[in-house]
Design a protein around this ligand. Structure first.
Ligand code: IPT
Length: 975
């Protein structure tokens, strides 16, 4: 659009609206955790004041004599909005200000930070020094001792100033003005909280004469000869020693030696040291070679399979200001859950995180701090990545990432950024990166043509499309040349399996595709952790907040809570499922024949690090167990093995083998005994001899019918008591509190069943009783269950029979009318006394499972309190079902309670609130336990979960179609 003639000329841009990356900083360089040169951390308590806008001309606070003693205190690193100044805000893709690049809104919270510091007494008197910021969001202007050093943008990237000439032994005054919004904000539209502040370390580093200006380690591995080649380029030059390899060489010189290669499975690092005239810098060398060969992504000559996650930096109290323990915890948790890769979505992480990836072993896609997603809303008009004025800023970002992180063996790909559309600026970045570091691959997802990339990467592609890509039969590109090029690239899903709320479903089926088609080299689940911010209710109960909870006028609700970890880093059922699906050892077999096959699915490691065990169980009780001899198979190898002879037993019941692979000894990320993989193999059952018990007869008296242990209301046929235990129901239930995946994302083209189910009224079904009939041995209740305003219905027959102490319910359901959608669930719901708060069951557990999220559920005996059976999704929704339950018991502390057996197995859910209450809740404290009832759902079927909150819906095989069904339960009392 052009300006109309009567409009004012554009006002001069302020420095924070400058599309250039800023000025006054030093060229970027590699980061190292340590060096012989002294360093002074300026992390700690600073003085702070907040202004509502950026136009404060007054910079007197930067002067040494200024008295800031009346200001508030603020922890640095930190975000001021998480320390009582202003509020965080969440948007997914929309800019929370008008899109008018590079202009910022008048409301531009600006935090003045001030810190007075002395140098340590042993700080060298002479020599240069730098002042280094590892991350400031989004634009900073910096003064030291009253002298302005410069300004910078690029929030999750390092910026450094030369300050040696300004430092004095005592009373240095560092002043930093931070603007929440800048031109850079247009480049930082990642799906996350907007969290301004100095959120990473601030350090003063002494730079002696002859100190290392920069160093670039090149350490490759030739798998055909087993040799590593090392060359260390440094400025100024110096010497490099690698004692373990007996290597001593000059910088710039090449040396080869037989080495053990670095891989994510075998993260072998060699300690080295670079010595220049003024400094000694410890280096950690990992020899490895990344390539695309024959259309495959290879490391050290082998195809790798990425079992990855997208990791945002997040802590529920500190936002993106992560402490070292949290970073280590993330890597440990990833390793413990069989994850081998991480995409640093969508910005370079704190540099220490990459050290941990080197050390514990993870493949890393290091992504640049770049996303311009919000331009999508304006037809990509003005997209900075396709506007040459912004290219210097893009190149600056690329350089700050590559230069900082170039010495990490874990980093195998550079990613240009996320969701920026397409444009010349991206091409310029890719070109610069290739030139600077030809030894790694370039990744970017947003350009289907892959013109700038070495891998074909997509997000949320449904299974059938991934399958087509695997067969190289995807929809061709219009441009033939680019199309042919893309056809030769390996394929990854940089995001898939959206882990929002309950889910994701369909992981197993993706993994099968990655294992079947060599081109499909795995993917990265979206995402690692829920970004829920910790808060408390007025009465002190902790919960996690999401978009809209801070009064944002524009926000995207709980879309920010879509991780495999809850905000407090408790693994969600989704993570437990992912661990099972990607386990690096496959155990399968024939329990009846007593044979099992073990497949080593590692890409590099053999099985010598694992110890295997077997156990033989009947009805969930272990009768015998022992160590299982499995050869130390090399990567990719398989062996067919015999199982031991099953123990001789008179026990009848359901028999099974459980086979496990555990760590044989302690590793850097888990202790010996940690379980890596497992399998259950059914063994031949010995059915118990049938017990013939006399059938009880229904008796009518005083408006009641009694049948065996059951008491019924004669008018409605409803069960009112089981023995002396009052119960409500059971009666048909098809409703579940819609999950985020049921609800789906608004832009989803497929049918979204959450809204469809509500539209049909499945949450307000009416139960009409048509007949209560008795015969000599049965009580039959006929009912029609239907919502208002439609002729769709479920005809239900409840058929009760009993012996003296057991009451059996057979349910038959026949849909009436044209049900064109699946049902959420199909089963019965009953209420039992709130005192029955303890559950035991034999079936899938210990955690929840749904039809397409049940790989990790193992059949055993489990017990948990009803409270502990709840999965605390940040936005409450259907949760907590246990799969394949043979029997379940709910008891009071006294032992009184009831037992339910299923014919066939059932889905077992127990909670202290109804599905209706669960659905109405917005945060966990909204869930108030009923004082008198535990609600129990016994389901014959559940609809799958899918991943439609961003990805594909439920696969056809996991739909719960409305179809005739029959199922039964036997109830008895306990205690
Ligand atoms: C995709 C984004 O890349 C990611 O940052 C996150 O927002 C994710 O979605 C959903 O949580 S983009 C989406 C529009 C496919």
């Amino acid at each position: 659009m052009s300006r109309s003639p009567d409009q004012q000329p554009a006002p001069a841009l302020r420095y924070y609206e400058d599309v250039s990356p800023g000025g006054g900083t030093l060229p970027p360089r590699a980061w190292h955790a340590a060096s012989s040169a002294p360093r002074l951390s300026l992390n700690g308590i600073w003085r702070f004041r907040l202004a509502p806008s950026a136009d404060a001309e007054d910079d007197s606070f930067a002067r040494p004599g200024y008295d800031a003693s009346g200001w508030d205190e603020l922890a640095v690193p930190g975000h001021w909005v998480l320390q009582g100044h202003g509020s965080p805000a969440y948007t997914n893709t929309g800019y929370p200000f008008p899109v008018d690049p590079p202009r910022t809104p008048d409301e531009n919270p600006t935090g003045d930070h001030r810190r007075v510091f002395d140098l340590p007494v042993d700080w060298p008197a002479a020599g240069a020094a730098t002042l280094r910021f590892e991350g400031v969001e989004s634009c900073a202007r910096v003064w030291l001792n009253g002298t302005e050093l410069g300004t910078f943008q690029g929030s999750r990237l390092p910026h450094e100033f030369a300050v040696g000439h300004l430092l004095r032994p005592r009373g240095n005054v560092l002043a930093v003005r931070v603007h929440q919004w800048s031109a850079g904000s247009y480049l930082e539209d990642q799906d996350q909280w907007w969290l301004p502040g100095i959120f990473r370390d601030v350090t003063v580093e002494h730079r002696p004469e002859g100190a290392v200006r920069d160093v670039f380690v090149h350490a490759s591995y030739d798998h055909t000869t087993g040799t590593g080649t090392l060359r260390v380029d440094a400025e100024p030059g110096g010497r490099v020693s690698v004692p373990e390899l007996g290597l001593e060489l000059a910088t710039g010189e090449r040396a080869t030696a037989p080495v053990e290669p670095w891989t994510a499975e075998t993260p072998r690092l060699y300690a080295a040291e670079l010595t220049t005239a003024g400094e000694r810098v410890p280096l950690r060398l990992g020899f490895r070679t990344v390539a695309v060969e024959g259309g495959l992504l290879t490391v050290n000559g082998r195809r790798v399979l990425l079992r990855g996650v997208n990791r945002h930096e997040f802590h529920p109290e500190r936002g993106r200001a992560l402490d070292p323990e949290t970073m280590r915890r993330d890597v440990e948790l990833m390793k413990q859950h069989n994850i081998n890769a991480v995409r640093t979505s969508h910005y370079p992480p704190h540099p220490a995180f990459l050290d941990l990836c080197d050390e514990l072993g993870l493949w890393v896609i290091d992504e640049c701090d770049l996303e311009t997603h919000g331009f999508h809303a304006v037809g990509w008009r003005g997209n900075p990545v396709d506007d040459d004025r912004w290219t210097p800023a893009l190149l600056d970002r690329a350089a700050r990432m590559v230069e900082r992180d170039k010495n990490h063996p874990s980093v195998i790909m550079w990613s240009l950024g996320n969701e920026c559309g397409t444009g010349r600026g991206l091409t310029a970045m890719a070109r610069w990166i290739r030139e600077r570091d030809p030894d790694r691959l370039v990744h970017y997802e947003g350009d289907l043509s892959c013109r700038d990339t070495d891998v074909y990467s997509r997000m949320y592609a449904p299974h059938e499309e991934v399958e087509r890509i695997g067969r190289r039969a995807e929809t061709p590109l219009l441009d033939r040349e680019l199309g042919e090029r893309r056809d030769r690239l390996p394929f990854i899903l940089c995001e898939y399996a959206h882990a929002m709320g309950n889910g994701p479903g369909g992981l197993t089926e993706y993994q099968r595709l990655f294992e079947t088609h060599e081109r499909c080299q795995g993917g990265f689940v979206w995402e690692w952790i829920d970004h829920g911010l910790a808060r408390r209710t007025p009465d002190g109960r902790r919960y996690f907040a999401y978009g809209g909870d801070f009064g944002e006028e524009l926000h995207d609700g709980n879309f920010v809570c879509d991780g495999l970890l809850f905000p407090d880093r408790t693994p969600s059922p989704g993570l437990v499922e992912y661990k099972k699906v990607i386990e690096p050892v496959l155990i399968e077999g024939d329990g009846a024949a007593g044979t099992a096959r073990v497949v080593n699915r590692h890409d590099f490691a053999d099985l010598s690090g694992l110890a295997f065990t077997w156990s033989y169980e009947v009805d969930g009780e272990t009768l015998a167990a022992g160590e299982w001899e499995v050869p130390p198979l090399s990567a990719g190898a398989a062996a067919d093995l015999k199982l031991p002879d099953p123990p001789v037993t008179e026990r009848t019941g359901e028999a099974q083998w459980t086979l496990r692979a555990r760590l044989a000894s302690d590793t850097a990320w888990a202790a010996a005994g940690h379980e890596v993989a497992w399998a259950r193999l059914p063994a031949p059952n010995r059915p118990p001899a049938p017990v013939i018990a006399a059938a009880a007869a229904p008796r009518r008296a005083d408006g009641r019918i009694t049948l065996g242990p059951g008491a019924f209301d004669a008018a409605t046929g409803a069960l009112t008591a089981l023995g002396d235990l009052p119960v409500t129901g059971p009666r048909l239930d098809v409703w579940r509190a819609p999950t985020d995946n049921d609800n789906g994302a608004p832009w989803q083209p497929e049918e979204r069943y959450g809204p469809i189910w509500r539209g049909l009224g499945l949450h307000r079904m009416r139960h009409r009783v048509d007949a209560v009939e008795t015969t000599d041995t049965t009580l039959t209740v006929r009912s029609r269950v239907a919502p208002a305003a439609t002729d769709l219905a479920l005809a239900v027959r409840y058929r009760w029979t009993a012996t003296a102490d057991r009451l059996r319910l057979a349910v038959s359901v026949v849909p009436e009318g044209d049900w064109s959608c699946p049902l959420p669930r199909l089963g019965v719901r009953l209420g039992v006394p709130a005192s029955c708060g303890h559950a035991r069951w034999y079936g899938g557990g210990p955690g929840e499972a749904y039809p397409d999220t049940r790989a990790a559920a193992r059949v055993a005996r489990w017990e948990l309190s009803v409270d502990a059976m709840q999965t605390p999704y940040v936005r409450p929704q259907e949760n907590g079902a246990r799969a394949d339950v043979r029997w379940a018991e709910l008891t009071e502390p006294s032992g009184r309670g009831l037992r339910i057996e299923g014919q066939p197995v059932f889905w077992f859910t127990a909670r202290r609130w109804t599905s209706e209450r669960l659905e109405a809740a917005e945060h966990t404290p909204d869930l108030l336990p009923s004082p008198d009832t535990v609600w129990v759902n016994l389901d014959h079927g559940q609809h799958g979960i899918g991943s439609q909150s961003c990805g594909p819906g439920v696969l056809p095989e996991y739909r719960l179609e409305a179809a005739p069904a029959e199922f039964s339960f036997t109830f008895s009392t306990l205690g």
